[in-house]
Design a protein around this ligand. Structure first.
Ligand SMILES: [Fe+2]
Length: 338
């Protein structure tokens, strides 16, 4: 591929990105011929000049991976050719696809349906699947059916959020651990849903209840950046009582959600978004009334987080993550490789 890059990643250094990494991104992008254009100052880039699929060359895959690590979320337009198989095949170039610990896939073995009519609207800031220790490294989301208006997705840079903290708050965050669970208050999230829909969703999503203790600050295994690890699966800060725990979570979560740390994407059919699930939170805006919105997600295996003190995340309950109905258990395949 010979398309010249107009990568802007290296021109400035935003919090949560580094000059070294940005230069590496530019070089890799130039070599592969893809174009990486930043969307916002701290997060998000559009990649053009590539047709996603399972047959991409190693150089292009390396350039995409470097762009995801540097920009936290990258977007591709006009990928209408992707079907479930090609979506999964492309995912395999970034790592090992994994099944959701509790939610069965809709069609295609690893392709999870994110559908407006399944009761699973994601209008809460969250990082995918943080209720297990080795939660996914990457998520790859593809737009299949879109509403006539609304239904945008927002992402926030949790490395930039950490970097902007004052030094005493960084020290405090470094010292904390928090308990995440998939059992949370569904009624609060979906006040408009029928009780049958809520019950069905609760039954499937929490067929196993997980409790995992993560460090509040995770050292990113690829970039070395420190990222805040919170989101709506957090129940409490370990060892801190109720109100203090809520206040602490809110204190740090507010920094993550600051508009300067976010990007908002207006989906078109054929769009693909890839995000670094270890350095972001995201939020699906629920403003499309009853119109259909169907996205397909393939998630790529991650490793067990490590805090700034070197301590790993620990599974509190159950005693082990049950094997999924197919494929490797989360964290089983690339724990050493990533
Ligand atoms: Fe999500």
């Amino acid at each position: 591929m010979t398309i010249a890059t107009e990568t802007t990643a290296s021109e400035t250094t935003a919090p949560g990105t580094t000059a070294t990494r940005n230069t590496a991104t530019r070089n890799t992008a130039a070599e592969s011929g893809i174009t990486v254009s930043r969307v916002n100052g701290r997060i998000g880039a559009v990649i053009s000049g590539v047709r996603l699929g399972g047959d991409l060359d190693a150089e292009t895959v390396a350039a995409i991976r470097a762009a995801v690590i540097a920009h936290k979320v990258v977007f591709f337009r006009n990928q209408d050719h992707l079907d479930e198989d090609q979506h999964e095949a492309f995912g395999r170039l970034l790592g090992t696809p994994i099944a959701h610990p509790t939610v069965p896939s809709a069609d295609g073995r690893y392709s999870l349906a994110i559908d407006s009519d399944h009761g699973a609207r994601a209008n809460q800031w969250h990082t995918d699947v943080t209720f297990v220790p080795a939660y996914p490294a990457f998520s790859i989301l593809r737009a299949a059916v879109l509403p006539p208006y609304g239904g945008n997705t927002l992402w926030a840079n949790t490395a930039a959020a950490y970097a902007e903290l004052s030094e005493p708050l960084r020290t405090l965050a470094d010292s904390l651990r928090a308990v995440h669970s998939n059992a949370y208050d569904y009624v609060a999230v979906r006040p408009d849903a029928t009780s049958e829909a809520l019950e069905q969703y609760r039954k499937v999503f929490t067929s196993t209840t997980f409790l995992t203790e993560h460090p509040v600050v995770r050292v990113h295994p690829e970039s070395g950046e420190r990222t805040l690890l919170l989101g709506n699966f957090v129940q409490r800060v370990a060892g801190v009582s109720g109100q203090d725990s809520r206040l602490l979570i809110e204190l740090f979560q507010r920094h993550i959600e600051r508009p300067e740390n976010t990007v908002r994407w207006q989906w078109q059919i054929g769009d693909v978004a890839i995000w670094d699930n270890r350095a972001t939170q995201h939020y699906g805006v629920d403003d499309s009334d009853d119109h259909d919105r169907k996205l397909r997600r393939v998630t790529i295996d991650g490793d067990v987080p490590v805090g700034t003190d070197g301590r790993q995340s620990t599974l509190l309950s159950p005693s082990e993550v049950p094997a999924p109905s197919f494929g490797p258990a989360s964290g089983a395949s690339t724990a050493e490789a990533v």
